[in-house]
Ligand binder design. Structure first.
Ligand code: ZN
Length: 241
């Protein structure tokens, strides 16, 4: 008798939990229906420079994966040489890997062939680690000129600057990084770094903000259009992956 009453109690509480779950699902669907077509308003490029930083990279990749987001990582070749597992982890997490020179110098000031070698050596280490060669290049500090562009062309690299600066490198707060990301429009590319913990903390809010505005993280591709950023014209935009 006691056992039957217990069974009956368990059944009714299970039912109550199940009804509660249905209610939660039902109340969630209007939000999901907000953008019937995800990415309806286009794509933006999330970029993270200067890695793969061993101390901070795993948490950043975990945050991006949790939000089903893909980003482009502009890695420093000498850092990749010290942390090849970090590069492999990026690719396993679905990220794209670009070239950000070997030692992060001011390319426009070091002359040739030093500048060319900075870019070429990073192509080589990526080929060794990933068995593929990057097609995207970001000059450190966004500093470029005709000589740097000629080096990029010899190595079949697309120069990728940015249209939105998160200023995470200058100590921006998580709120400030989220606010910068909130200004992005279709095709924009935002500069971030893999080492500021504020940038990792900002990821869930950045992704939620994009979803709310019908935007999705995209990959970076060539465009014939003139894009201005960092006082330069470049030819890269975010597109559907
Ligand atoms: Zn950098």
């Amino acid at each position: 008798m006691a056992a039957r009453r217990l069974t009956s109690f368990l059944l009714s509480s299970t039912l109550a939990v199940a009804v509660g779950a249905v209610a939660i699902v039902a109340s969630a669907s209007p939000a999901l229906a907000w953008h019937a077509r995800p990415c309806a308003n286009g794509y933006v490029g999330l970029t993270y420079d200067d890695g793969p930083t061993a101390a901070t990279e795993p948490a950043l990749l975990a945050a991006l994966r949790a939000g089903h987001a893909r980003a482009t990582f502009f890695n420093i070749g000498s850092v990749e040489e010290q942390n090849p597992d970090g590069v492999l982890a990026q690719v396993r997490a679905g990220m794209w890997v670009g070239n950000h020179t070997w030692t992060h110098p001011h390319l426009t000031q070091i002359g040739e062939p030093a500048a060319f070698e900075e870019i070429r050596k990073t192509q080589v280490i990526n080929r060794q680690i990933l068995h593929r060669t990057p097609t995207l290049f970001r000059p450190p500090f966004g500093e470029t000129n005709d000589q740097v562009r000629a080096d990029e062309a010899r190595l079949h690299l697309l120069e990728v600057l940015w249209t939105v600066d998160s200023r995470d490198w200058a100590g921006a707060t998580t709120d400030e990084i989220v606010a910068a990301a909130a200004t992005m429009k279709n095709r924009d590319i935002i500069l971030m770094h893999d080492w500021p913990t504020n940038s990792t903390e900002a990821v869930p809010r950045i992704l939620q903000g994009l979803r709310d505005r019908g935007l999705c993280p995209g990959k970076i591709a060539f465009t014939h259009r003139d894009i201005s950023g960092v006082g330069q014209i470049f030819h890269a935009i975010a597109v559907r992956p």
